[in-house]
Design a protein around this ligand. Structure first.
Ligand SMILES: *Cc1c(COP(=O)(O)O)cnc(C)c1O
Length: 375
């Protein structure tokens, strides 16, 4: 059994993927081929924003947005304490200060009350200037944008939606990657929409900023490639990945998003009497980058992981360490305690989740978890 079965997905989509790859090789347009623009248009339309700018990976996507906004030393960017390292890494990479914020026990996402508490402390201290909130749509579930937007307006902050895991999620009739002032995603193979290598994208409505980010993406180019007007970087998505994503986007929209939601429902129905199952608030849709349960203690979590492993069931701990405890952030000041994120790191366990998971496999996994709890 696979945790995320990319081989099964390939077998389902093989004909179209192979054709797409061959077409790129025949045309030899490995950089900036027509598939890039086609993909950017389709993605922008799907998300419901004016511009999609593809790039080399989800980390670069975040970094280029912070560059475009001029985030620098002395600026504060608020980041959830329970997320993948890159969400905070990009802040320090720009020389700014990440301020970590505790998360909600039910949704795993940044908690609005704790965010406001951190903002007030930073303002009272008066050393750093609050600029941006990086909201992460963790495990596929959009963050609480209604509350975040109120706070952002109140304190005049921008929201950068890190939708690396959130692509496909919804609140009401709006899609994830449209909730930030600018939003980003990742096409790392294991993300909800993944390619066959690294890839990422930026989503926004503002024309001027889009032009600025496109310049940053290609060495700060002006009118032509050899007219360089600002310091940028090299962060393009390559055409082979775009052709793969064109096929995968179709499958994602037509079948896969529905499939993972049905699988999540099955898991929850079978398991909710035995373990804490993930909560999807009313009006929200998750794209189930992960299906993450919570056990009662670190010991129980580790024992269950081991137990499942003996039956050939893979499981993962996302994440074993909160951001404020990462060695790379030694010396970064904290403004609050992190009771929830510290607890989650000890008690979470992510189960196999992908659109090609079979009913028999789900039953087998749930059966073993129930056996374990009833020992
Ligand atoms: C994967 C991920 C990233 C980084 O994406 P890459 O494409 O791997 O650079 C950033 N933030 C979150 C929350 C992620 O899960």
């Amino acid at each position: 059994m696979q945790f995320r079965d990319l081989k099964a997905q390939y077998q389902h989509l093989k004909r179209d993927i192979d054709e797409g790859i061959q077409a790129v090789i025949n045309d030899a347009n490995f950089i900036s081929g027509v598939q890039i623009e086609e993909l950017e248009q389709q993605l922008a339309k799907y998300i419901g924003v004016k511009h999609c700018i593809t790039c080399a990976n989800g980390t670069d996507a975040l970094n280029m947005v912070l560059m475009a906004w001029g985030i620098k030393e002395g600026d504060v960017v608020f980041v959830p304490d329970f997320t993948f390292f890159a969400s905070g890494e990009v802040v320090s990479f720009r020389g700014a200060t990440p301020v970590f914020v505790d998360v909600d026990e039910n949704t795993f996402n940044i908690k609005a009350e704790r965010l406001e508490e951190a903002i007030i402390k930073v303002l009272d201290e008066g050393i750093f200037v609050p600029k941006v909130i990086i909201s992460v749509d963790l495990f596929g579930l959009p963050a609480d944008y209604k509350s975040l937007r109120l706070i952002a307006s109140k304190y005049n902050l921008r929201i950068l939606e890190d939708g690396a895991q959130g692509f496909g999620g919804e609140i009401g009739n709006k899609r994830a990657c449209s909730f930030g002032d600018i939003s980003t995603t990742s096409f790392f193979p294991a993300k909800p929409l993944g390619c066959y290598g690294d890839g990422g994208a930026i989503f926004l409505n503002d024309d001027e900023t889009a032009k600025h980010i496109k310049s940053i993406r290609a060495h700060g180019k002006g009118e032509t490639k050899y007219d360089n007007i600002i310091i940028g970087c090299n962060s393009r998505l390559d055409t082979l990945q775009a052709s793969i994503l064109l096929t995968k986007l179709k499958a994602f929209v037509n079948d896969e998003l529905t499939a993972v939601n049905m699988i999540a429902q099955k898991y929850t129905k079978s398991l909710s009497n035995y373990v804490k199952t993930p909560v999807v608030p009313e009006g929200f849709l998750s794209s189930w980058a992960q299906y993450t349960i919570q056990l009662t203690s670190e010991l129980e979590r580790d024992e269950l992981k081991q137990y499942l492993n003996t039956y050939g069931i893979p499981s993962m701990i996302y994440y074993p360490k909160p951001m404020h405890q990462q060695i790379a952030f030694n010396g970064v000041k904290v403004y609050q305690s992190f009771n929830i994120s510290e607890k989650l790191c000890k008690t979470v366990l992510s189960l196999p989740m992908h659109p090609y998971l079979l009913n028999d496999e789900i039953d087998f996994i749930c059966g073993k978890i129930i056996d374990f709890k009833c020992r």
